[in-house]
Ligand binder design. Structure first.
Ligand code: CMP
Length: 140
């Protein structure tokens, strides 16, 4: 057990339905602290860069188009085992397979429009945090 930071994204399907506060409440209820947060709209190029690891996957183009189709909220969550805890709160990638009470099960529309993204490891959390936030924006 250790105090970690992880990157979370509230995706366009969730901002469109005004779910930002509802999703944030779930993180805070589970003991995660939102130590940085901003709403922005990615360019196509930025979406492609962020999801570069998926470049070879069949869903890559559609995923990138979707991620710049509307506003997103990017945030840093901090707390005990934040990477794993956030993944638990989000639920499985496909909302149809996610546990009841998870964000993706309750709000996700499809495997692509699955409301939230969360870093999958501490190493990727550091890379993803650096992608979106400067040192000055992280107030601990
Ligand atoms: P995310 O956690 O943001 O990481 C990569 C994203 O790709 C994932 O959530 C899904 O939104 C999307 N994704 C993963 N698998 C598929 C798939 N089979 N079809 C469409 N989108 C997918």
């Amino acid at each position: 057990m250790s105090i970690q930071k992880t990157l979370s994204i509230i995706k366009p399907d969730a901002t469109r339905r005004n779910l930002t506060g509802n999703i944030n409440a779930r993180f805070e209820r589970a003991g995660l602290q939102i130590i940085a947060q901003k709403r922005l709209r990615l360019t196509k190029l930025q979406a492609e860069k962020f999801y570069e690891v998926h470049r070879e996957r069949a869903f890559y183009d559609s995923l990138c188009d979707y991620m710049f189709s509307g506003p997103i909220v990017v945030q840093i969550l901090k707390g005990e085992d934040a990477v794993a805890k956030n993944r638990e709160i989000m639920g499985a990638t496909n909302p149809a397979n996610a546990e009841i009470g998870t964000i993706r099960r309750d709000f996700g529309e499809s495997i692509e429009h699955n409301s939230v993204h969360g870093s999958d490891s501490q190493e990727n959390a550091e890379i993803e945090i650096r992608f979106f936030f400067s040192e000055l924006e992280i107030i601990e």
